[in-house]
Design a protein around this ligand. Structure first.
Ligand code: AHR
Length: 499
């Protein structure tokens, strides 16, 4: 197969948003306990944070981290997680049928984000709770001192305010599975009143209203319209959540799942702009794609309901293969391509739970296949996003019709241009001819300074603790300069740096 790609820096979309490389830590399964936190682990620091996980988190290049849920937050009492540990209650976590020990709460979590060098993003419970509890948590976190709750934080050991700038007003309130699930109008009113009160505390917060939990939700579109009618002037972002998996052995269809994400983003942008136009507002709402990933959710749905209430059980521990990483890379390309309206994104989640980092309790930590596209994009996507549209063959899918074999985006800064390209063909390598014009150093010819490819002869190859680098990016030397060409193997994620 052959394809061409013309790169024109004039096709600038927006600056790369650092918050595109966000992630998510939920009190779910082993994400917190034996994930980021495991006192007694050989690498743990004096606070019990695993050093091996911290090192991999830094290597991953994560920028922001959403906390504490997810479905968990809709039944959470934040007060349970502060103060002396021996007085913290054990609670039923209804969302994940587990016991929450509350060993980790907001103070420890924020300390972990400081050690890791990340920006925390906090969600408030609008499932079982409301305006008062959200404002209380904000006072506890962000007021420097001199009030009951800010002084309580200081008494609990956090002298400086946590200064959390970005807040999610609940989680997936459109989902019937959510504790305290609401209609769009009920949620929109509650979100508006919560936002209004939170802004009385701090007008400069960035607030996220809940959008849809997926594009196949029956209320998709009407949910956003109603929620934004209620909240338009009070929030900055509307959330989007999307998970994908290979179904019925349809690998080609799965590799094209970014088509759904593209449709999701453009629908929510049009809906938000339509509400803005109706309200006569010049303000633009942006998107916080604060849960996205490959997730084999159908396996969870098929499992028998739990009868017990374990502490930190292994839940949602998907083991990703090469094809998952390529689909994942295509989702990341989509988020970057829409940097004009997608202001933030969180890969869900960080450790053990549908995660790029896996751990053994008391043992090793390793990188899943999906670690690599994320880490490479976080490192190399710098400067501005430049839109590229490859001219390439297409293939037919049951779900999305005809789909291009290549999916790509470019970014450019003073160091040069980087291309992120996925070859979705399940059988064919693709020879890509690059026309970069006079982009090279001093306006000269462009050359490939570095190219890496993530691929494997077995598309279902996975990394394990014993074989952690089975699927990892390798140098791609199958390229030449005059004319500029590179060969991309079937089912591959590629990073091509031009200079
Ligand atoms: O990330 C796992 C779960 O997926 C989250 O708790 C929830 O918000 C979503 O349905």
């Amino acid at each position: 197969l052959q394809a061409q790609l013309t790169i024109d820096p004039a096709h600038r979309v927006a600056p790369v948003r650092r918050r595109t490389f966000g992630t998510f830590v939920e009190h779910l399964g082993r994400c917190v306990y034996t994930g980021i936190y495991e006192p007694g682990h050989p690498t743990a620091d004096e606070e019990g944070f695993r050093g091996d996980v911290l090192a991999l988190t830094r290597e991953l290049g994560v920028t922001t981290v959403r906390y504490p849920g997810g479905n968990f937050v809709s039944g959470y009492r934040w007060e349970d997680g502060v103060g002396p540990r021996e007085r913290r209650p054990r609670r039923l976590d209804l969302a994940w049928h587990s016991t929450e020990t509350n060993e980790i709460g907001v103070d420890e979590f924020v300390r972990w984000t400081r050690v890791a060098g990340l920006e925390p993003m906090m969600a408030v419970n609008l499932g079982t709770r409301g305006v008062q509890e959200a404002v209380d948590l904000l006072e506890y976190c962000n007021i420097p001192s001199g009030t009951a709750l800010s002084d309580l934080r200081i008494a609990n050991g956090a002298k400086e305010p946590h200064d959390i700038r970005m807040w999610c007003l609940g989680n997936e309130m459109d989902g019937p599975w959510q504790i305290g699930h609401k209609t769009a109008r009920e949620y929109g009113r509650l979100a508006a009143e919560t936002a209004r009160a939170m802004r009385m505390v701090d007008p400069g917060l960035e607030l996220v209203a809940c959008g849809s939990s997926g594009s196949s939700m029956p209320t998709f579109g009407t949910w956003e319209a109603t929620v934004l009618e209620e909240t338009y002037d009070l929030v900055d972002h509307v959330s989007c959540h999307a998970y994908y998996e290979e179904k019925d052995g349809d690998l080609g269809g799965f590799l094209a799942c970014a088509n759904d994400m593209e449709h999701f983003i453009s629908t929510v942008v049009s809906t938000a702009d339509q509400v803005g136009a109706r309200l006569g507002s010049r303000k633009k709402i942006s998107l916080s794609f604060d849960e996205w990933n490959v997730w084999y959710m159908s396996r969870v749905q098929a499992a028998a309901p739990r009868q017990d209430w374990p502490v930190a059980p292994p839940l949602l521990e998907d083991h990703y293969h090469l094809a998952d990483a390529v689909a994942f890379g295509s989702l990341l390309i989509t988020l970057l391509r829409h940097s004009d309206r997608v202001a933030a994104a969180c890969m869900a989640q960080l450790v053990n739970v549908i995660a790029p980092i896996m751990t053994e309790p008391g043992g090793r930590a390793w990188r899943q296949t999906t670690f690599h596209p994320f880490a490479q994009a976080a490192r190399h996507a710098r400067g501005d996003v430049v839109r590229v549209e490859p001219v390439c063959p297409t293939y037919e899918t049951a779900e999305f019709g005809e789909v291009p074999v290549l999916h790509a985006v470019a970014t450019q800064d003073e160091a040069g241009m980087t291309l992120f390209v996925v070859n979705r063909s399940t059988t064919e390598p693709l020879e890509l001819a690059l026309d970069a014009g006079p982009l090279g150093a001093g306006g000269g010819a462009v050359r490939i300074a570095e190219a890496t490819t993530l691929t494997h002869e077995d598309v279902y190859a996975r990394n394990t603790a014993d074989d952690p680098d089975r699927v990892a990016p390798r140098p791609n030397t199958d390229h030449r300069s005059d004319p500029l060409r590179i060969v991309l193997p079937p089912v591959s994620w590629n990073v091509i740096r031009l200079s």
